[in-house]
Ligand binder design. Structure first.
Ligand code: HEM
Length: 399
């Protein structure tokens, strides 16, 4: 009898990615030591989990074998709509070109002093006189939503409701009713705003999206709406987790924190890069292989769910010596944290600028911060095991 690649599971674990895995990095390292991929239980069936830097990079670049358009219509389509993550070929190329100008590196870098740092200061103003604060509840969950709200030119007073919609959209498909309601409310709120910006454009992102033309095409209202719906889970929640992860890393590695404090101009960006390698917010990314493929020596049956193990690739000892160590001095760019290939993160430069600005302001304004004695700064699964960040970061602000 010839065994199919999916016949034998490499790990006995109920539902990879659906629930948090207590020692995720240890588990992945053990699996990777056996072979570069593993067959794991997933959503009532079995998935192939890619574990090495080479395989994960190759998989991201290989849209023909693992098209994003085969998975996103199922996983996010029902609440976010037909986003660019659901698109392929020319449709993806044109739609991506239409939204790209607003996220260019140079433009986004100019936001640091005008938008990002002032917003971070506003948030710190709200709590800096207290003795103790949870930085997740008071800062990391709020700041990226504020950034997007301002970029869209929406009233600052709507922050709370946008924050709630962002949270509810994030929890799809775990809490589908809340996510669907948030999607409908968000659409009703934004439709007249788009109409108004078409009539009278300003210098905000919605006006830019409404006005840009590529190959004779402009974005329809529904295309703008699905892009804006995507911005919250793709742009705000990921940045929340990234900021939480770099803070958690520094607060639990005082020597590395000191290094950043002593020379922030050089070390702060490397701390952000290293934290994105050490704990990428998108840790495990589901895809599917629609047609049977003989791929890098793996005979993959048609319809096999795939998991791109970004966090396993980022701790591949073949690429990063002593990979479990959080070490700013390794000067490694954490590019895979943002994916690769045609669907690579559109918001990479914004995310980096945002996390750096947030961290810079926090360290400057709160020179004494340290974890409250006994506080749990563990980075764990926030939506199953797929997305990772700290649940809370309770810190003392003064001695
Ligand atoms: C540290 C924060 C972030 C991380 C770790 C991150 C990670 C990722 C990853 C891994 C992908 C690839 C998904 C795939 O191939 O299926 C992606 C795509 C995307 N990201 Fe980000 N992201 C971050 C921040 C942002 C921000 C701030 C924005 C925009 C405001 C954004 C917008 C997008 C969009 C629109 C896509 C889809 C691109 C496409 O399909 O062509 N992301 N992101």
């Amino acid at each position: 009898m010839v065994l199919d690649v999916l016949d034998v599971e490499d790990i006995d674990f109920a539902g990879f990615t659906a629930s948090d895995i207590p020692d995720l990095h240890g588990t992945l390292a053990e699996l990777r030591a056996r072979k570069p991929y593993a067959v794991v239980p997933f959503a009532g069936t079995r998935a192939i989990l890619l574990l090495t830097h080479d395989l994960v990079t190759a998989a991201f670049k290989d849209e023909a074998t693992f098209p994003a358009s085969a998975i996103y219509p199922l996983t996010t389509g029902p609440v976010l709509g037909h986003t660019i993550q659901c698109m392929a070929g020319r449709e993806h190329r044109v739609n991506r070109a239409l939204v790209t100008p607003a996220f260019r590196r140079k433009l986004v870098a100019s936001y640091a002093g005008t938008l990002l740092e002032p917003l971070a200061h506003d948030l710190v103003d709200r709590f800096h006189r207290r003795d103790e604060v949870d930085l997740v509840a008071e800062f990391t969950e709020r700041y990226p939503v504020l950034v997007i709200t301002r970029m869209l030119g929406l009233p600052a007073g709507d922050e709370e409701v946008l924050h709630r919609w962002a949270r509810d959209l994030f929890h799809y498909p775990m809490r589908p009713a809340d996510a669907k309601r948030a999607s409908a409310e968000f659409t009703a709120y934004l439709t007249p705003v788009i109409e108004a910006r078409r009539r009278e454009p300003g210098d905000d992102l919605i006006s830019t999206l409404a006005g840009t033309e590529v190959e004779g095409e402009r974005l329809s209202d529904e295309q703008i709406l699905s892009f804006l719906r995507l911005l919250f889970p793709a742009g705000a929640d990921t940045s929340t987790l990234a900021l939480g992860n770099v803070l958690a890393a520094l607060l639990t590695h005082p020597d590395e924190l000191l290094r950043v404090r002593e020379d922030p101009d050089t070390e702060l960006s490397w701390a952000v890069e290293e934290s994105l390698r050490w704990e990428p917010p998108v840790a495990l990314l589901p895809r599917v292989c629609p047609a049977a493929a003989d791929w890098h020596g793996i005979a993959i049956p048609a319809g096999t769910p795939m998991i791109f193990g970004i966090t396993a690739a980022n701790r591949d000892p073949g690429v990063y010596p002593d990979p479990d160590r959080f070490d700013i001095g390794r000067r490694a760019m954490a590019t895979l944290a943002f994916g690769d290939g045609p669907h690579t993160c559109l918001g990479t430069w914004l995310a980096l600028a945002e996390v750096r600005a947030g961290l810079k302001v926090l360290l400057h304004r709160l020179p004494e911060i340290r974890l409250v004695a006994g506080a749990d700064a563990r980075i764990g699964g926030r939506l199953g095991a797929a997305l990772r960040g700290p649940a809370a970061l309770r810190v003392r602000l003064r001695r």
